[in-house]
Design a protein around this ligand. Structure first.
Ligand code: AMP
Ligand code: TRP
Length: 332
């Protein structure tokens, strides 16, 4: 039986935190067994906002090492850098000719990003940022993707991809597979430690917002001890007590215990105890990942070879789609 094709991407922009880990990476690791999965480090998406070239390069290696340390197995699921396969940029150009300005103007992420001063250089917002969703559609359509696992924030982009695929097929004949969206479960949404009303984010102002996968034991302890809670006493999974709830959710995700078990364990004990044990648990669980990461990150040529072989595996699929597209629209 043929496995269904899954495609997903992650941007090499900055630190990777436990929110990315539970929200994206662990799902990828699970999917690589049941699906014919392809994963991409989407550097062309990253440059739609200003990037420091040296840091971008470093972040690309770091992300590769993190993904491998977390259990992405390049033998099961090719891992490649988007910019290495020029078909992504070429198909983007062609899809640009069938996407409308109105469609792109309606994209929420674009509207939010142009409001955010962090992404502007002297009031500058790039055409690339506007075109980001079309590049994402090209990523997905090049590989005859059946299923696209993404977070809620990317749903609108995958919907646009579906629209563009159908429009192209209507105009030029059956060419693209129209992919399904697979939304990740909301349970895996981790909130900021310093502000549990907003999700944990690498672009947060303070590093007390997140636990990075590469954080040292001391950092982890400090951040967890400082995490915002309320003035209550009893340790219970109560969504209204957002800070406590978030810490308990993190405990649950790392320990794989049930809510009952965790409430029992901490019954009659205080927040201090919970935080201490949570910090220890995170340190213990991240340790094997960190050991693998440290080993991987010092061997760039090994990382290069994994990325190259990933690109070699997927390139023929992308080329075949692109050739078909070109021929359908009359390019010789
Ligand atoms: P980003 O860090 O926004 O580039 O997101 C990378 C991936 O991690 C996306 O698939 C997000 O949906 C996921 N992600 C980011 N932040 C969180 C969070 N706090 N909780 C759960 N998932 C997250
Ligand atoms: N835009 C996605 C994000 O920020 C990353 C991405 C790029 C992607 N291309 C993709 C995700 C194709 C799924 C499929 O999370």
């Amino acid at each position: 039986m043929n496995k269904k094709r899954v495609f997903s991407g992650i941007q090499p922009s900055g630190i990777i935190h436990i929110g990315n880990y539970f929200g994206a990476i662990t799902q990828w690791v699970k999917m690589q067994d049941d699906f014919d999965a392809i994963f991409s480090i989407v550097d062309l998406h990253a440059i739609t906002v200003p990037q420091d070239p040296k840091k971008l390069k470093e972040n690309t290696y770091k992300l590769t090492a993190i993904l491998l340390a977390c259990g992405i197995d390049p033998k099961k699921a090719p891992l490649f850098i988007q910019s290495r396969i020029s078909a992504h940029a070429e198909l983007t150009w062609i899809l640009n000719t069938i996407a409308t300005i109105g469609e792109l103007e309606r994209m929420t992420q674009y509207k939010e990003k142009i409001q955010n001063s962090k992404f502007k250089i002297q009031n500058f917002s790039s055409v690339g940022l506007f075109d980001y969703p079309v590049l994402m559609a090209a990523d997905i359509l090049l590989y005859n993707t059946d299923v696209v696992p993404v977070g809620e924030d990317q749903k609108q982009h995958v919907e646009l991809c579906r629209t563009l695929a159908k429009r192209f097929n209507n105009r030029f004949g059956q060419t693209f597979k129209v992919p399904q969206i697979q939304l990740r479960k909301e349970a895996a949404r981790i909130m900021g430690l310093d502000n549990p009303k907003k999700k944990m984010s690498k672009s947060a102002e303070s590093s007390y917002n997140y636990i990075a996968l590469a954080d040292s034991p001391d950092d982890i302890k400090r951040k967890i001890m400082k995490a915002q809670t309320d003035s209550g006493k009893e340790i219970k999974f109560d969504e209204n007590r957002q800070g406590l709830y978030n810490l308990l959710m993190i405990y649950k995700l790392f320990s794989e215990k049930t809510e009952d078990e965790i409430e029992k364990k901490f019954s009659g004990r205080g927040y201090g105890d919970l935080k201490k044990e949570l910090a220890e648990l995170i340190i213990e669980k991240l340790k094997p990942i960190q050991i693998k990461y440290q080993k991987l990150i010092t061997d760039k040529s090994h990382l290069d070879s994994i990325l190259s072989s990933g690109a070699d595996k997927v390139c023929p699929i992308a080329q075949k789609t692109l050739k078909d597209v070109k021929s359908k629209i009359g390019l010789i």
